[in-house]
Write a protein that binds this ligand. Structure first.
Ligand SMILES: Cc1cc2nc3c(=O)[nH]c(=O)nc-3n(C[C@H](O)[C@H](O)[C@H](O)COP(=O)(O)O)c2cc1C
Length: 169
């Protein structure tokens, strides 16, 4: 039997929503003011529409990276693999060297950096932005898509990075 409904406090929300396993992406762009790479780890990424091709992610209002991505007007969603866990943690922890590998990375048509060894790259123009509580819901129109050889994805579940092989049971 499921537990009875609980009040929607923040820790309950986190605990309950954490039971929804997601992939992890790195949303990258080039800040037009400084001409430097910027990146935001996001597990809120999802596909929205095939025709026209649209995707979305949610950007926290407190994010320092989102305003930079927003003013560039475009971004690349880099799908992370297990092998990106360390760099992912470094970017979330704002380690000073964490964006180093984006400086020399290949760029998409819009100029946004493409993370080396990502599982897939989805390049987008910002289509619309919707207010959504303490986040903004960003709809991106896909302008280019690329896929790499299949490798194990980085998975976020219950507030932790997990390996697909260890998440069962
Ligand atoms: C697994 C994981 C998923 C995250 N997903 C999102 C997300 O979807 N949207 C978001 O704004 N921040 C997300 N964050 C937090 C950001 O990556 C980032 O740490 C925070 O927004 C600070 O943003 P800033 O580096 O742009 O200042 C996530 C963090 C982790 C560890």
């Amino acid at each position: 039997m499921p537990s009875p409904p609980t009040a929607v406090d923040q820790s309950t929300y986190r605990q309950v929503l954490g039971r929804f396993a997601t992939g992890v992406t790195l949303v990258t762009g080039t800040d037009p003011e400084t001409d430097t790479p910027c990146a935001l780890v996001a597990n809120s990424f999802t596909s929205v529409s095939i025709d026209p091709p649209l995707i979305s992610f949610c950007a926290g209002l407190g994010s320092t990276t989102w305003p930079r991505l927003r003013r560039s007007g475009s971004f690349v969603v880099n799908v992370l693999g297990e092998h990106h866990e360390e760099i992912c943690r470094a970017i979330v922890g704002k380690h000073p060297d964490s964006l180093e590998l984006l400086f020399d990375a290949p760029k998409g048509v819009s100029g946004a950096p493409m993370l080396p060894e990502a599982l897939a790259w989805i390049e987008c123009e910002i289509e619309t932005i919707h207010e959504a509580g303490d986040h903004e819901l960003v709809i991106g129109r896909v302008s280019d898509l690329r896929v790499a050889d299949e490798r194990a994805p980085l998975v976020f579940y219950n507030g932790k990075f997990v390996r697909l092989s260890q998440s069962g049971g």
